[in-house]
Design a protein around this ligand. Structure first.
Ligand SMILES: Cc1cc2nc3c(=O)[nH]c(=O)nc-3n(C[C@H](O)[C@H](O)[C@H](O)COP(=O)(O)OP(=O)(O)OC[C@H]3O[C@@H](n4cnc5c(N)ncnc54)[C@H](O)[C@@H]3O)c2cc1C
Length: 338
């Protein structure tokens, strides 16, 4: 059988590697960094089907995840309402999840090279799951794990001026606090953590004050900038899954679930290739077509939603809709997930 080489051991790469190993396909993963490590992510997995988790062979790794089933939204200080999630989400730190998945993949006989950064090449049999592609972009994503915040719902979402922050409990009493901010707002005070400064800058000072007096988890602060949301540029000769194919806007999006769904979608074409039933070029075409077909509408809708939710002119209508209980939360949630 042919070996599948995977560039990037994040959620997409590791789950694909595990699923392939469960079907005896030889797998080598190259991961630019190492495990475990904290990374920028809201760590809120929603919309993933049990079938997908089972097919990938990773269901057990979410069994101890917390299961938020309510979301509470604010626009600055105004509470827009509490919404029941159509299905309970999973909240688990990437620090634990990626580490556990990497150990499992090794146990199944997969090879993982840590601290190994691949360059795009035309070598056949390489799946590119190396995440966000460097690009000029207006955003900075920030995250930290913080304790003693006294969450008011399973998931808190706070909309500020052109940015937002979400909060969800992950594990051992730690709450993930993660948001996207316009980069050019920049931190105003150097004596506060970056996340707190950006919250102040987008008018979420009440949230900032809750965080400043709480306990911060060591080494959990992380930042990412220089990326573009939406479809990512193509790489010749490589098939891309997860964020390296497309980045769904995080506010309404579910990038982690999409990474898992993309791994599931890639499974059959790659098994056929590994068994020498199809050529690499056929495999690439099939995978590209399947991904575009599956994710195109979802990406567009999430893009429009995030644009509207963060647009200053839409804030008043949004508050009125919320007051009248006319926010189509349930439909939005479902449409941006399936
Ligand atoms: C601010 C923010 C908040 C988010 N919140 C959520 C959320 O709450 N829920 C949700 O579902 N999604 C969320 N997402 C999106 C989610 O994090 C991603 O969609 C998901 O991590 C994609 O998984 P991936 O495996 O494609 O990429 P990643 O998880 O980014 O993994 C890519 C891996 O490739 C490695 N790598 C990079 N370059 C190379 C190379 N050249 N060679 C080898 N390895 C390489 C990296 O080190 C990394 O480990 C958020 C994103 C942002 C920016």
């Amino acid at each position: 059988m042919k070996t599948i080489r995977i560039a990037g051991g994040g959620l997409a790469g590791l789950s694909l590697g595990i699923a392939l190993r469960l079907r005896q396909v030889p797998v080598v993963v190259h991961e630019a960094l190492h495990y475990p490590r904290h990374r920028v992510c809201g760590e809120f997995i929603s919309g993933v089907k049990i079938d997908t988790l089972e097919k990938l062979g990773i269901r057990d790794f979410l069994k101890n995840a917390s299961r938020p089933n309510q979301a509470m939204w604010w626009s600055h200080e105004n509470c827009l309402g509490t919404f029941a999630l159509p299905e309970a989400a999973y909240a688990v730190s990437r620090y634990h999840l990626d580490h556990q998945l990497s150990c499992h993949l090794r146990k199944l006989g997969g090879t993982i090279h840590e601290d190994s950064r691949l360059q795009p090449s035309d070598a056949e049999g390489t799946v590119w799951s190396a995440g966000r592609r460097p690009a000029q972009g207006p955003w900075i994503g920030l995250k930290a794990h913080i304790r003693n915040i006294d969450l008011r719902a399973g998931l808190e979402m706070h909309l500020g001026d052109k940015g937002y922050v979400g909060m969800v409990e992950v594990e051992e009493g730690w709450t993930n606090v993660c948001g996207i901010f316009p980069r050019k707002e920049g931190p105003t005070r150097k004596d506060r953590p970056l996340l707190v400064s950006y919250l102040d800058a987008i008018g979420l000072s009440a949230v900032a004050e809750r965080l400043i007096s709480a306990k911060w988890r060591e080494n959990s602060q992380s930042a990412v900038a220089g990326f573009q949301l939406g479809m990512q540029s193509r790489l010749p000769h490589l098939v891309r899954i997860g964020d390296s194919h497309s980045i769904i806007p995080p506010f309404t999006g579910n990038g982690m679930s999409m990474a898992l769904e993309a791994a599931e979608l890639a499974l059959e074409p790659l098994i056929d290739y590994a068994h020498r039933n199809t050529s690499w070029s056929e495999t690439m075409q099939r995978m590209e077509f399947d991904s575009n077909h599956k994710f195109h509408r979802r990406l567009q809708l999430a893009g429009v939603c995030q644009h509207l939710l963060l647009a200053p002119w839409f804030r008043k209508p949004l508050e009125i809709l919320a007051l009248e209980q006319l926010l189509p939360f349930h439909s939005l949630f479902t449409l941006t997930r399936h």
